[in-house]
Ligand binder design. Structure first.
Ligand code: SPV
Ligand code: MG
Length: 431
């Protein structure tokens, strides 16, 4: 009897999957692959049910003879092990980023004499509705909030990109690339104080008030599902911070990062060029502890950001603070640097990891931008934040367009660098 293989990466079964199974069983014994959580978060979207539950669901389907875990998005592991005579898939993977995976699978299957069959993809009203319902579920506060902790467990580095509006949120949510045959996407969003303030034409000095910052979060949340890390600046007065924690938690934000500064906060990338005061270990520990006490769920994270390297107070000070802030209840440590060379960041991570193997480490490689995510992960980093690159790429593009329209007294000269109107109106999903 022939072996027929298909891979599912779904949390719910709809007509499309049943159609694939019906086709598959015509050829022989049906083996369904359950794409692992680890591969799924790069390939598709975050699962709403666990890997075990998905396996159980697939097993319960009529026509399924066996279910296996597929660890590799590219199918290498299962195809080499099982060598199915036939691999079957909906024909939707013939275009877009998924095409690279299809091409790879075709080569593998043909290599050992098997066959790849694409069957017409089912896309009806019911399928569309189910898809929207899953997205809605992922965006609900109780599901979104806990996702950062889940991601830290699931992936070597949580890739986080800045968002400061619905539109930038959509870019972080939807951008999927194919690189070296694999698909990749961001895991989470960073609501940067710098970019949120800049978008409002204001300096990054805690001038944009919390109500306004929450409005930005809300704009992003309305159109996305990925978890949010909020840049809470200094956290303000402890008496105010406890309210901020409650509000963020209620909204479904996953984490707040607060920095150990006091008085008028200026952006860290100014370093020692401007007057900035670091908070005492005691005062900042108290703020963390008060925030942790105010928090109601186990999901939310308060991450302490250490400014010792930025303010040139030395490695020992940074490490002493990290230990104290973890003791005060911090769920993670963000270490920042404005050096081009990542050496001091790596030294911190290595030394911190000598005594603390578990507390997540967060870094923002804006200045030390030559280091890769994998290298950072090797030194114990869990979350990498690209804190401002969307803003910094959009601003020069918009400025140049404005200048050229002024220069040529018409818009024709800029037209070939503009997004077509049709693309911009279809960028936004309609319900
Ligand atoms: C931000 O994005 O607002 C940050 C990171 O706080 S940094 O600008 O590097 O200080
Ligand atoms: Mg900031």
């Amino acid at each position: 009897m022939k072996k027929v293989y298909t891979c599912f990466c779904t949390d719910v079964i709809h007509d499309g999957h049943l159609n694939i199974l019906n086709e598959a069983k015509k050829y022989g014994r049906v083996i369904v692959g359950c794409l692992s959580d680890k591969a799924l978060i790069r390939y598709n979207r975050f699962p709403t049910v666990s890997q075990e539950e998905r396996v159980k669901l697939y097993r319960s389907l009529e026509g399924v003879d066996e279910v296996v875990i597929q660890e590799d998005m590219l199918y290498d592991d299962v195809l080499m092990l099982i060598q199915p005579d036939i691999v079957i898939h909906g024909d939707n993977w013939k275009e877009g980023p998924e095409k690279a995976i299809r091409d790879h699978v075709e080569k593998l299957v043909k290599g050992y004499g098997g066959e790849l069959i694409d069957i017409p993809y089912t896309y009806n009203e019911k399928v569309k509705k189910l898809d929207l319902q899953l997205k809605e579920k992922l965006s609900m506060p109780e599901y979104r909030r806990k996702r950062l902790r889940q991601l830290i467990e699931m992936t070597p580095v949580v890739k986080t990109m800045e968002a400061h509006s619905g539109l930038t949120g959509l870019i972080v949510e939807k951008t999927v690339v194919e690189h070296e045959g694999k698909l990749d996407q961001f895991d989470a969003m960073w609501v940067s104080s710098l970019c949120d303030s800049t978008a409002k034409g204001k300096p990054d000095i805690e001038l944009v008030d919390m109500t306004s910052r929450f409005r930005t979060i809300d704009d992003i949340m309305e159109v996305t599902t990925k978890p949010i890390i909020f840049d809470g600046d200094t956290g303000g007065l402890t008496e105010h911070f406890v309210y901020t924690v409650r509000s963020l938690e209620r909204m479904g934000v996953s984490a707040v990062i607060i920095e150990d500064k006091t008085g008028l906060k200026k952006n860290s990338l100014f370093g020692t060029e401007v007057e900035q005061t670091q908070a005492s270990i005691e005062d900042f520990s108290e703020k963390i502890a008060a925030g942790k006490k105010a928090q109601l769920t186990d999901d939310f994270m308060i991450i302490a950001r250490i400014e010792s390297l930025i303010l040139e107070r030395g490695m020992e000070d940074a490490l002493e603070r990290a230990a104290a802030f973890v003791k005060a209840g911090a769920d993670g440590i963000m270490i920042h640097s404005r050096r081009k060379d990542p050496a001091e960041i790596l030294e911190f991570c290595d030394k911190f990891r000598e005594t603390d193997k578990k507390t997540p480490i967060v870094v923002v490689p804006s200045s030390f931008n030559t280091i890769t995510e994998a290298e950072l992960a090797e030194h114990g980093v869990n979350i990498v934040i690209y804190a401002n690159q969307l803003t910094r790429s959009a601003f020069p593009a918009m400025k140049k367009t404005a200048e050229d329209i002024l220069k040529y007294h018409r818009a024709k000269e800029v037209d070939d660098r503009l997004m077509p109107i049709k693309d911009i109106i279809t960028l936004i999903d309609e319900l």
